[in-house]
Structure formats: C-alpha cells, structure tokens
Design a protein around this ligand. Structure first.
Ligand code: ASP
Length: 587
C-alpha cells in the first residue's frame, strides 16, 4: 500500500498508530538537530518530524529533501508539542521511521503554498505547479461539487445529458466564430460552436423533451477582463413549457446548488424584476441588489433653471451616496474625472451635498436655489450626510452610466460583500435592440427567441416604434451584479423564424444558407420549447466568492487568449498549411 492515510486525515484520536503517507514536501525546517517537514497532498498538510536521535541514515536522507520532492513516509502518529490550530491536522505530527524518496524535484519557480510569492505570468507558465496550491485545489473541488449537483438534480428531474458536435457551421451573429479548416473539403471550414443553441432546439424537434449538457463553448471575442475564448455552459432545453416552468425548474436547481455546496439558503421564490425596472432603478440589466443607492429620475426638477447642460438633455438622473457629503473638492474632482473615462463615457458630473446640518451645497449653486436642491435631495431619498451625484444625457445611456457609478461607489463603500448572495430573475426583455451605428435591429438575446404572444401584432408591423415595443419571454439569472445565465421561450414556427431573420435584416438567401436546416426542421412538427444556459465558470467563481473565473478553470488562457504553458496558439509548418489548403502569410 502506497499510503494508509491522506495528509489531511489524521487527528489526536489516531495517536500511536503506525501510518504511511505519500505526498509533496512543501516546507523544510531544522530546529536543534530535529527536522520538520510539511507534507502536502490534495487533502491537506501533515507535519513530519525526524528526531535528532533518529538513525544516521534516516537523518541523512531527510537532509537531502528539498521542496516538492515526492516522498513516502512511514511513522508513528504523535501528539504535537506546539499545536497549530489553523491546520485540521495541527494537533498531531508523524515521527518518521522510514523515508522513501519517490521522485526528486527541481526547486519550483515560486512557493507552492496558500499564498504564493510568484507573479501571475510565472504561475501561468507553470500552471501544473500552481494547481498544487490549496486555493486552486479548493476552487476545482467546488467546481466538481457544483457539476455533480447539476447532474444529480437534472437527472432526478428527467433531463437527458446529450452531447452535440464541436465541429459545426459558421453562422456569426453576435460574437466571432473560431473556424477550423477541413483537409478533406478543400477551402471549407467548420466553426466551433458559440453555444449548442440550434442543436438543442433540434433535439426538441426530435422529441428529447428535457436536455442538458455541461458543454464547452467558443467565442473569438476581444477578451475583456475575465472572459475566456473557451468557456463552459450548463446548457438546458425543455419542450411543452412556458416561462414559468423554466424559471421554476432552474430556480430549484440553483437553490439546491447553494444549499448543498455552500449551505446557503436563497429566497423562495426568487425576486423578479422587469428589464425596464432594472434599467430605471439600477441602470443595469444585471443589478446588484445587495445595496440600495437606486437611481432617481430628476429630469422635471432639473429642467428650467437656466442650466443649459441639463436643459439640453432628455434625462437627468441621480444617485444618493450615503455618508459621503464630506467629500473634499479633490475627491469630487477625482470622481468627475472618473465618470469622464471612456469606460464610463459621461460628459461631466454635477454633485449636491446634503450636509449634516440639513443645508445644501452643490456644483450648480449658481443656477439652483437651496430650496430646489432640497427638493432634488428629497426626490433622491437622500438623508443628511449624503452626496448626490447627477448625470444627464440620453435616457438609457445615462442610466447605464449611473449604474456603473453606483457599482463603483458600492465598491468604494464596501457594500458588495462576496459572501452575501442576492440572486434574482430579470424578465420581460425587449426582443430587439436598434443599433444607430449599423441602422438595423439586433436580437437582444438571440434570433431564436420568440416575441411574447400578446406582442406579435407589433412583431409583424413594419414600423420601427412598433418593433421596439415587442417584448420576449426572455430571462436572465443575475447574482450580485453579474449575469450568470439566460434563456428564452423560442420560436418554433418556420414562418415566424423567417420573419425574425427579415426583421434582423438578414436576406432570405442568407437565412437559408446559414439557418435553412432549422427553419426546415420547424416544418416537421416542432413542439413549443424554451430553455436557458448558465455560464458555469462564472457560477463557480461567484459561489467561491471570487471575481475572476480563471482560478476555476484548470488550464485557462491569459487575456491575450494565449495558453502560455503549452505556448498556444502557435505556427504550424508549411506541409500542414498545404494539406489544409491554406496560404502562408508568414515572411
Ligand atoms: N444559447 C444561449 C446563450 O448562449 C442561451 C439560451 O438561450 O439557452 O446565451
């Protein structure tokens, strides 16, 4: 037997036992002729001790040990003199009787401990060493736990796990596709799926009325912070359902995941908010409802005071930041610069301080009488001591900027505690989104989302205002300001699907070329259906109380989309290029 116990297992009650452990040497210390070693495996750390009076051969062997050597030790469990309450095994140590070096190790390029001394780049290059560290082991263990919870819940509910292909057809609408050249079909390319959307709908046509898959998706996007070119979804679809059935099922799944993985009870039923309310109240379609600081529409109060900046804007909105009336000039100037950054995009910032003594002071005192500012403060629900921050401009854009500012102030004030969980559903999304830039509609969710039945009359209208009013039975699951998942009730009728492509400005020829297979399938008895997908990496990160998904993926890419450990993507040789009918652009 290689080992009788793991390195996380032994306790006081085991004292006196003769045991064998195997693992990695994390730390080596010598003290008055005695040597101490921390032995690590994925279950924990156990202290080993080689006494000063141990046989010379053993002491010599121990002296040769270095960090990350793989060893097998045999010894007796003893109660420790100086206990370590931070370690579950901290009450005991192993008095080593035999030591077997299973493999030596070069000195690792960074310390492999709870907190490492290595920078991000070097740890990425030696990811297999970083993965030995306890925080990463805990992250992957949580991911495993959550995947098991998903599988057992959905299996119980009668869902079938069915795989869909990775080599599919390029139909970019949304993100860019990754493509794969086909050697056997010169000049032709597969695409890697951005999601299994069309396949899961085809499975509904085939009668597999409850499908799921924990599946890799690929999107060739510019990698904004914390995106990965390949990521994992919990992808689900159901037939003969309405929105209520989908929300109920996945709310229960989430509740079980929270309970079983974290011991956390989330509210039942979960709060729901319409997309319109979320935008008006939080300036975001993924509101963080752990704290207030809601947006107030002060347009009517702001207009007509001779302040031309406000007068020229269709919307003036504000948030009341608790307890910040004491901000100095320097601090408000810094905030003004902050909102002008391209990532926020505001033209400027107006502030109103509701001072502790109840008086007001603002950056627009020239235009607004104190009573007017008091009225504005009241409208914002401000209390004495609050700082009111005002932005103006186009309604939705300004709300979005206020939403970004609200999150920033929430962060600065420590209102976003990662161990508090406030999930909710956002519902009633608009079906379409007009792009001024391209002067066309885009699907807000995706082109397979159905209009609400009661809005179909507008869906078939040719007027832009009508089309803008159409809502969908689309829904997002939002947690702490992050969208964790989303889905919709789908179109299941060929003629309606064709109308959708028409509304999106996709010609009949193009729609046939790219999506003919699904339009056709809908002509052979497609059942009503709907579903959703969760971003599994992000679910794991948020459950783990972390912002970044990278730690929850065993082998992630960096933010240039590179795997620096295996050095990919990389060039291929000319023969391979020729075989794939690719022309070289290399010098
Ligand atoms: N396929 C969709 C997505 O990736 C989710 C869904 O509608 O089920 O966002």
């Amino acid at each position: 037997m290689y080992r009788t116990h793991t390195c996380g297992e032994l306790r006081l009650a085991d004292c006196g036992k003769s045991v064998t452990l195997a693992g990695w040497v994390q730390k080596v210390r010598s003290l008055g002729g005695m040597s101490f070693f921390d032995l690590r495996d994925r279950y924990g750390i156990t202290q080993l001790v080689v006494d000063a009076d141990a046989p010379a051969a053993l002491r010599e062997a121990a002296a040769q040990l270095g960090r990350e050597f793989v060893v097998q030790v045999k010894g007796i469990v003893l109660e420790r003199q100086s206990k370590n309450s931070k370690l579950p095994t901290g009450d005991i140590e192993i008095k080593v009787e035999a030591l077997n070096v299973l493999n030596k190790a070069q000195t690792p390029p960074f310390t492999i401990e709870e907190v490492s001394d290595g920078g991000e780049d070097i740890r990425a290059r030696y990811r297999y060493l970083d993965l030995r560290r306890p925080p990463l082991q805990r992250a992957l263990a949580l991911r495993h736990r959550l995947a098991q919870e998903v599988r057992s819940f959905l299996d119980e509910e009668g869902f079938m796990e069915i795989e869909t292909p990775y080599l599919i057809k390029s139909t970019p609408e949304g993100a860019r596709d990754f493509v794969v050249p086909s050697r056997m079909n010169p000049g032709c390319f597969y695409a890697l799926p951005q999601s299994p959307q069309t396949f899961k709908q085809l499975l509904m046509v085939s009668g597999y009325d409850r499908y799921f898959q924990i599946v890799r998706c690929f999107r060739d996007e510019d990698l904004r912070a914390d995106r990965q070119p390949e990521f994992t979804q919990i992808d689900c679809e159901m037939s003969f359902v309405e929105q209520e059935d989908v929300l109920d099922t996945f709310e229960r799944m989430m509740r079980q995941m929270f309970k079983n993985a974290l011991g956390v009870d989330i509210p039942a039923p979960l709060p729901r908010m319409s997309w319109y309310d979320a935008m008006d109240r939080y300036g975001s379609d993924k509101p963080d409802i752990r704290f207030g600081m809601e947006l107030s529409d002060i347009t009517a109060l702001a207009h007509g005071h001779g302040f031309s900046v406000f007068d020229a804007c269709p919307y003036v909105g504000a948030i009341a930041v608790p307890g910040c009336a004491g901000y100095t000039r320097k601090q408000t100037d810094e905030l003004t610069e902050w909102v002008k950054r391209p990532q926020v995009g505001a033209g400027g910032l107006v502030w109103v301080k509701l001072l502790e003594d109840g008086s007001v002071k603002s950056s627009v005192d020239k235009f607004f009488a104190p009573e007017d500012l008091q009225t504005i403060a009241r409208q914002c629900g401000a209390s004495a001591g609050d700082l009111i921050l005002v932005l103006c401009g186009d309604r939705r854009k300004t709300q979005t900027r206020l939403g970004v500012l609200r999150i920033e102030m929430g962060n600065r004030l420590g209102l976003r505690n990662p161990s508090v969980f406030a999930p909710l559903w956002i519902v009633d999304f608009p079906l379409l989104e007009w792009s001024e830039e391209d002067s066309r509609f885009y699907a807000m969710h995706h082109p397979f989302t159905a209009p609400k039945p009661e809005h179909e009359k507008w869906f078939y209208s040719d007027r832009k205002e009508d089309l803008e009013r159409v809502c969908a039975n689309a829904y997002d699951f939002v947690l702490n300001g992050t969208e964790l998942g989303g889905g919709s009730i789908r179109i299941h009728n060929a003629q309606m699907q064709e109308r959708m492509f028409e509304v999106l400005g996709i010609s009949k020829e193009e729609a046939d070329y790219k999506f003919g297979f699904i339009i056709n399938a809908f002509k052979f008895g497609a059942p009503p259906h709907g579903g959703l997908a969760f971003g599994f990496d992000r679910v794991c990160a948020l459950f783990g109380g972390q912002e970044s998904i990278r730690d929850y993926i065993a082998f992630p890419k960096n933010n240039q989309g590179r795997d620096v450990m295996i050095d990919s993507p990389s060039k291929i040789d000319d023969a391979q290029m020729d075989e794939l009918f690719l022309a070289s652009t290399q010098q």
